[in-house]
Design a binder for this molecule. Structure first.
Ligand SMILES: O=C(O)[C@H](O)[C@@H](O)[C@H](O)[C@H](O)COP(=O)(O)O
Length: 244
């Protein structure tokens, strides 16, 4: 696990974009294609702003997925898929048939099952190993839509589940931790003072993933980067995070 802190949110977004580019180039060189899972939320949008302007990403060999989606149609303002398109995919030349969107408009359990089938088809029945999974972190220590106290935290078999989230009073569709942990590279990006306590608890607190689900993110063989701004890293001991 590599933990880096940067002065500003913009530097976090830029550093995440740099890792995206590096991974994309290496994946295409090694396997001819690059599979990436986008996250939702505001952090993702800042990262997308940096990606849109890069000229060194092999978009034509890139395959795009989502780590989670709200149970809303793509055109709803809260949709992660909709935001992925409006802030990134409508602006870069990823072929339309390389984009695998979670359908938040379906009944939640059907949406989860349908997405699992899409993953199985892309990965041709082999265990889904994403080249890169981008994640955010919530103030409550959630990541993707793995929220405290939900059954999704304990899921060990399914790739995609659709738990009811009491704190949001809605169902969400989310990749499970075992699936995320198969990735070659996971990047958790976070900024803002409001994340500092959760980040401390996830990284240095008692191991209690039911309270802090981001503790579940421990890639089996891949790498994990935490990219934080100084505010989000402010509860960590001095020197714990590498300062860029
Ligand atoms: O659907 C979502 O909301 C995201 O997938 C979620 O896990 C997000 O990454 C965190 O809540 C951080 O959100 P911000 O980046 O907006 O702080």
């Amino acid at each position: 696990m590599i933990i880096r802190s940067f002065e500003t949110p913009q530097e976090v977004a830029r550093a995440t974009a740099d890792l995206f580019v590096e991974k994309a180039q290496k994946a295409v060189e090694a396997r001819g294609r690059f599979s990436v899972c986008l996250s939702g939320g505001n952090t993702a949008k800042a990262i997308h702003d940096h990606l849109v302007n890069r000229t060194d990403i092999p978009w034509e060999h890139t395959y795009v997925f989502w780590g989670d989606e709200r149970t809303v149609p793509r055109d709803h303002p809260d949709s992660n898929v909709g935001a992925g398109f409006s802030t990134l995919l409508d602006k870069v030349p990823v072929p339309a048939d390389h984009i695998f969107a979670i359908d938040g408009g379906l009944e939640p359990q059907e949406a989860a099952r349908t997405y699992e089938l899409a993953l199985a088809e892309y990965f041709e029945g082999r265990p889904p190993v994403f080249d890169l999974v981008l994640l955010g972190i919530g103030e409550d220590g959630h990541t993707a839509s793995l929220f405290p106290g939900t059954h999704a935290i304990r899921e060990e078999e399914r790739w995609v589940v659709a738990p009811y989230i009491p704190s949001k009073d809605m169902y969400r569709i989310t990749l499970t931790a075992p699936l995320i942990n198969q990735a070659r590279l996971v990047v958790i990006a976070g900024y803002g003072e409001n994340k500092a306590k959760a980040i401390y608890e996830v990284l240095l607190g008692k191991h209690q993933p039911d309270q802090y689900p981001a503790q579940l993110i421990r890639p089996d063989g891949g790498k994990l980067y935490w990219l934080l701004d100084s505010a989000a890293a402010s509860a960590l001991p001095a020197g714990f995070a590498q300062t860029a």
